[in-house]
Design a protein around this ligand. Structure first.
Ligand code: NAP
Length: 497
């Protein structure tokens, strides 16, 4: 059995905490406590961590990109070396399955290595030099300073302690303080241990990476309010992200909260594609909708098409697949309750008709599919909001004009998918034009789930999908969130190294 410290990682050690609130990880399968007792950081702990981070910030900003790149590679190495323990515990805490979690770990280490290369290529933070008005102007990017990271429950690795936010903040040369997600505190401690060992191996300052526990929201709030903090990276619910953004705005010196939130992502199915391959698309979309019990921010929550016999055939095929999908446990009791409440809300929305509804037991849930005419949906835009879980809504338009009108009225989303054949070309142009104003990523003939990690990726989108629509949490551009421009006029290079 694994042993856990259960305390926060502060100033280079898992320190015993004062009288913080105590909690346990809960098995999503049995509802019982898993090994390990975790204790919230006290306000003194947070202050100690922030002092260490502040000190580390002064040192890290002088490190070369090569040195930072080595740290990110060493973190990836440490995670790989402890893959079995990480995957085992993450599975106990999330029940997402060993295969999915092994893939998520590979994605996490791949992302660390991509950002390591990006940091190395930025050995010089100098953006440009101009000789103007008899002066020499140098424009630099400098790290903003300590960054707080809040991860989400549905990605215990890739969007949590060792995930993209931590990796991109470190790549920028910023110290990181993670608030561990209470749904996977054991995985968080194991990942924090790996990052800590990498920092020790390369003799990075003790405040480079720290992690605090906080089942009580007061802990996260104290972190966000701390005067040494310079930015927050958040992945999670709209409620959580906006609550932290309010706090950050109320500070005497407001700071940005880069919040990646959820969305009901639109999938548009055009007529020729529906006519030629509705069965194949039903297979693909059923799989995407139920993947990880639908617990993906990129879940295909809305499926838009023109009504008619081909749409009816697609609906029948999709219902058949969803009816055959096994029921499964969700990440937490809170997420299960919210999913069932979301379904209840949708079923009582004017104009919504249920196509398929799985029975829910005390612990298990199944997929749900509903439909609504586009005209009714335009009157009831609440159908366009995310229900986190395997829930889909078919939106049926009378014609192409109405289909485009629906897309134009959607709230901001992370991703829009278009299924189209060659013969749909003219309509596809209209749809892509409309989608480009509503989403951060457009994919053609692929499902929205599965965000490729690469320099050309953008994982973000207009509000309410995120709080900063120009920023991404995936890919190398994620680093720029944690850099600040600084212009130097006639400052000798030796005076600002
Ligand atoms: P969550 O409940 O918002 O949790 C995220 C973190 O924020 C947790 O540590 C949570 O602690 C904390 N938190 C939440 N509300 C807070 C508050 N008012 N004050 C202080 N801290 C607070 O999100 P989740 O359930 O883990 O994740 C599911 C959501 O994340 C879905 O909507 C999904 O679409 C979205 N998501 C988005 C992305 C993306 O990249 N855009 C990726 C994955 C997931 P507590 O648990 O103690 O509340």
């Amino acid at each position: 059995m694994m042993d856990f410290h259960g305390t926060s990682l502060i100033g280079g050690a898992f320190v015993p905490s004062g009288a913080g609130r105590v909690y346990h990880a809960i098995s999503p399968v049995t509802g019982e406590s898993l090994p390990g007792t975790f204790v919230d950081a006290s306000s003194e702990d947070i202050d100690t961590a922030m002092q260490a981070a502040h000190q580390a910030a002064g040192e890290l900003r002088r490190y070369t990109g090569a040195r930072i790149g080595d740290l990110l590679d060493t973190i990836a190495e440490e995670l790989d070396a402890h893959a079995e323990a990480l995957v085992t515990r993450a599975n106990e805490e999330s029940h997402l399955g060993a295969a999915r979690l092994e893939g998520e770990l590979a994605r996490t280490t791949g992302q660390l290595r991509l950002l390591a290369d990006a940091a190395r290529n930025e050995t010089e933070r100098l953006r440009r030099t101009d000789h103007v008005g008899g002066s020499t102007l140098r424009l630099l990017d400098v790290p903003v300073g300590p960054v707080a990271v809040f991860g989400s429950s549905n990605f215990p690795l890739a969007f949590s302690v060792p995930g993209g936010d931590t990796a991109s903040a470190l790549a920028a040369g910023c110290p990181v303080i993670v608030k561990a997600h209470p749904a996977h505190p054991g995985t968080s401690e194991l990942a924090a241990g790996a990052i800590h060992r990498a920092c020790e191996r390369l003799a990075f300052p003790a405040g480079t990476f720290q992690m605090i526990h906080g089942v009580d929201h007061a802990t996260g709030a104290a972190l966000v309010r701390h005067p040494h903090l310079r930015a927050v990276a958040f992945t999670g619910s709209h409620r959580g992200g906006t609550a932290l953004a309010r706090l950050a705005n109320e500070r005497p010196h407001p700071i940005p909260v880069y919040a990646e939130l959820g969305a009901a992502n639109p999938v548009v199915l055009l007529s020729h594609a529906l006519a030629s391959r509705s069965e194949v698309m039903a297979d693909t979309l059923a799989e995407s909708l139920t993947l990880g019990v639908g617990q993906f921010c990129t879940n295909p929550g809305l499926m838009l098409m023109r009504q008619g016999p081909h749409a009816e055939a697609f609906e029948r095929a999709l219902v058949q697949r969803l009816a055959a999908a096994p029921e499964a446990v969700m990440l937490t009791e809170g997420i299960r309750t919210a999913y069932l409440a979301g379904i209840e809300r949708l079923t009582h929305t004017a104009g919504v008709v249920s196509c398929h509804q799985a029975d829910a037991s005390d612990t298990l849930v199944g997929p749900s599919l509903m439909k609504i005419r586009a005209a009714d949906a335009l009157d009831e835009p609440s159908v366009f909001t995310e229900v986190f879980g395997p829930a889909g809504v078919l939106v049926l338009a009378d014609d192409e004009v109405e289909l485009v009108e629906v897309i134009q009225s959607l709230p901001g989303a992370l991703v829009g998918s278009l299924f189209a054949d060659e013969a749909d070309g003219r309509e596809a142009v209209e749809v892509i034009q409309a989608l480009s104003d509503r989403v951060g990523r457009i994919v053609v003939n692929h499902v929205p789930t599965g965000v490729l990690v690469s320099a050309a990726q953008h994982h973000g989108g207009p509000y309410p999908a995120t709080l900063h629509d120009r920023e991404t949490s995936v890919g190398t551009r994620a680093i720029t969130r944690f850099l600040r421009p600084l212009a130097l006029q006639d400052v000798p290079e030796a005076w600002f190294a």
